[in-house]
Design a protein around this ligand. Structure first.
Ligand code: ZN
Ligand code: ZN
Length: 413
């Protein structure tokens, strides 16, 4: 447990932003929270905020890094296909009964870096399989859900390795509070303004009906075909249960579904990716007809190779997202080693599962109909960052006309 102290006023505001803006939790709604045990000061505040908003039952599920690591250090070989199906079945049942879902992230980004990548990948795959029924309700946006973060000591020391623990935690906390807009007097109102800006961007992209996006930058020359009937989203949006929520706090992206068979060219990552406790650096991939036919990394390549072998869809894309280089998280100049933050500091793509809400009328589409439109399916959804100060993006219309979308990392207009 951490004995480090965080600003109680800002933690209270973050709790309120999580409940009011992130989830927009409704009276009578149950809530499932997952969090690292170090985030207990925030979990307690969020629970209080939830009950004040009229929550039915709040159920927190806490995890601990040392306990996660103990499995890979001491569990017998052949045991890594196990996953707590019963737990995920229970979560899926709760979502079917309209429970909301909040994840608090903040684990050590390199927790499992010393562990056997094959065992970590095997356990990750078993977990993804067991989690799929519950995750589908999230990726189909059946209920309101959100992710917020908490500055644990282990995470803070990765971001600020030269600082003393309390200083590192304070710096990371300040960055989290600023990105989550809880350093402002009325964070909930500030989020409403920000959501309106993201809505304008996604409306513009939807009006253009681009056939593809062409990304260029150092090491990158990539044409990302967009799925038929794709729809751009950003900021707050309405879940199928009718509740409008902000699935990520913070969020700076507008995003949609690429076409699983129409990605061509090469792409170089602009930031390292922290994936399941390992760091993957300098990813480079070559895509042909949607599939990654080459994948390299200067560090963590074994983890990357295991990842794209997870299933057929794991070597294809399920998301493309635009984030300007001058967005506040990017402007902080920090590398967070945490996808919630790093993906909101740069344009990114995701290997794996697409979001059904990123199709016109997506909620009513069957899995088959989504696949016919070019939507990818996989057990994984892993975002990695491909945008930077030199990123240019052209939108390509069906007739071949090009429209500038990004110049030098920012919106062209
Ligand atoms: Zn994204
Ligand atoms: Zn994503």
């Amino acid at each position: 447990m951490s004995d480090l102290i965080l600003d109680p006023v800002k933690l209270d505001r973050l709790a309120d932003v999580a409940i009011q803006t992130g989830l927009n939790l409704q009276p009578g709604q149950d809530l499932i929270i997952t969090a690292p045990v170090e985030a207990l000061p925030l979990v307690r505040r969020i629970t209080a905020s939830a009950y004040k908003a009229g929550a039915g039952l709040v159920t927190p599920i806490l995890s601990d890094g040392e306990i996660s690591k103990a499995r890979f250090e001491h569990a017998r070989d052949g045991s890594f296909d196990s996953a707590p199906d019963w737990l995920y079945e229970g979560m899926a049942k709760a979502y079917s009964n309209n429970a909301a879902r909040l994840a608090i992230v903040g684990e050590d980004p390199m927790l499992l870096a010393e562990c056997d990548p094959a065992k970590v990948a095997q356990a990750g795959k078993a977990n993804a399989k067991a989690y799929k029924p519950a995750l589908k309700k999230i990726s189909n946006f059946e209920i309101n859900w959100s992710i917020v973060s908490y500055p644990t000591k282990a995470w803070a020391m990765r971001v600020f390795p030269d600082l003393k623990p309390q200083e590192a935690v304070d710096r990371l906390a300040d960055a989290i509070f600023a990105a989550s807009r809880v350093d402002l007097d009325d964070p909930v109102a500030a989020w409403a303004d920000h959501n309106a800006t993201l809505r304008d961007r996604s409306d513009w992209l939807n009006s253009k009906r681009f056939d593809a996006l062409h990304f260029t930058g150092p090491g990158t020359d990539l044409v990302v075909g967009l799925a038929d009937d794709h729809e751009w989203h950003g900021g707050a949006s309405q879940a199928q249960n009718g509740i409008t929520c902000n699935p990520n706090i913070p969020t700076e992206e507008v995003f949609t579904t690429p076409h699983a068979n129409r990605i061509n060219g090469r792409v170089r990552a602009t930031k390292p990716l922290s994936h399941q406790g390992s760091l993957i650096k300098d990813i480079e991939m070559v895509f042909k007809d949607g599939r990654a036919i080459e994948a390299r990394a200067s560090q963590g390549e074994a983890v990357l190779q295991e990842l794209i072998k997870t299933d057929e869809g794991a070597a294809r894309l399920g998301e493309v997202a635009l984030v300007p280089y001058q967005s506040p998280i990017s402007a902080s100049g920090l590398l967070f080693f945490n996808t919630l933050y790093d993906e909101n500091a740069a344009c990114h793509i995701a290997l794996g599962q697409c979001y059904s809400k990123c199709f016109v009328g997506g909620a009513a589409l069957s899995e088959n109909e989504i696949a016919q439109r070019g939507g990818n399916s996989s057990l994984i959804h892993v975002d990695w960052m491909i945008g930077g100060a030199e990123t240019d993006i052209d939108g390509i219309m069906a007739d071949g006309t090009k429209v500038p979308v990004f110049r030098n990392g920012n919106w062209a207009e």
